[in-house]
Design a protein around this ligand. Structure first.
Ligand code: G
Ligand code: G
Ligand code: MN
Ligand code: NA
Length: 255
């Protein structure tokens, strides 16, 4: 079977799942949200990461992509319910906006309806990468505006590596930006990157946006990010992305 045929079968068999990576606050160390990251667990094989399937998934039929979306929202609903029941934690989940959803206004409805049907619709954040945003500015403006009206916080993802103009920071209703791990990686070795990250934090704050640093792997990076008043941290130093059960166990240590 070629990849596309295998993906078709995998969606039919519900072989996709989310792993969840914690995002913590620099001010008090509390877990403020988790990012849902897609994984493929074939019935008889090793787990597969999104770089091999995100693009080819876009070629599946509308029906299958809808089925996948429904399945993933069901998982989010399940982990949020379990977090509340087991630990009394209202778990905020950040989901990544797919560019196929963005491009197709009929799927804007799907997205809004899927969120509305959750038990905790107000505990969803959406992340949109600079490149996805740039691909379709008109549709982005429509969908992001609607989501914002529903009270869904929006993050500009992979900030600094994409094609977006700084102008979009103020013309779209973002609540936060996520600094790409490319910049975070070199904070302690490249003075220019350290300066850049500090400038991004200051710029974001002056627009009343929060800042998440991605890819935080070392204590040195964490210390620097705290020194320059970065709001939130995500990365292997805090936690790698975890399967649902492991995330729920980790939540026990936060409650
Ligand atoms: O966790 P990982 O490194 O495998 O994720 C790589 C990238 O794949 C993420 O940064 C994100 O852009 C993309 N990705 C992961 N999960 C999803 C998802 O559910 N939807 C979309 N559109 N992209 C995702
Ligand atoms: O949406 P986005 O592409 O930013 O998703 C985050 C991706 O980065 C995920 O694939 C996740 O597995 C990966 N990741 C998360 N934390 C770290 C980290 O500290 N270091 C590195 N190298 N990758 C990370
Ligand atoms: Mn993301
Ligand atoms: Na990102």
């Amino acid at each position: 079977l070629d990849l596309e045929q295998r993906l078709r079968k995998a969606v039919q068999n519900n072989e996709f799942l989310y792993h969840y990576q914690p995002i913590i606050s620099t001010s008090n160390g509390q877990l403020i949200a988790v990012e849902a990251l897609m994984r493929w667990q074939p019935e008889d094989g090793d787990i597969v990461y999104p770089d091999t399937f995100i693009e080819p998934l876009k070629n599946l039929s509308l029906e299958l992509r809808r089925k996948l979306g429904d399945h993933l929202f069901q998982q989010v609903n399940q982990v949020q319910s379990a977090a509340l029941q087991q630990h009394g934690i209202p778990l905020r989940v950040a989901m990544n906006l797919s560019c196929t959803v963005l491009r197709d206004p009929t799927r804007h409805r799907d997205m809004i309806n899927s969120i509305a049907r959750l038990e905790f619709p107000s505990l969803i954040n959406l992340e949109i990468t600079e490149d996805t945003l740039m691909e379709d500015l008109a549709n982005a403006r429509a969908l992001l505006g609607e989501l914002r009206q529903l009270g869904i916080p929006l993050a500009l993802d992979d900030f600094g590596t994409g094609q977006s103009s700084l102008n979009h920071l103020r013309s779209f209703p973002f609540d936060s930006i996520k600094i790409d791990r490319e910049f975070v990686r070199n904070i302690s070795t490249e003075p220019e990157d350290a300066i850049l990250v500090q400038a991004i934090v200051q710029l974001a704050h002056s627009f009343n946006m929060k800042v998440v640093a991605e890819g935080v792997e070392t204590e040195t990076q964490k210390r620097y990010l705290m020194d320059i008043d970065c709001d939130y941290l995500q990365g292997f130093l805090i936690s790698k992305p975890l399967p649902e059960q492991q995330l729920l166990e980790l939540l026990a240590t936060y409650s």
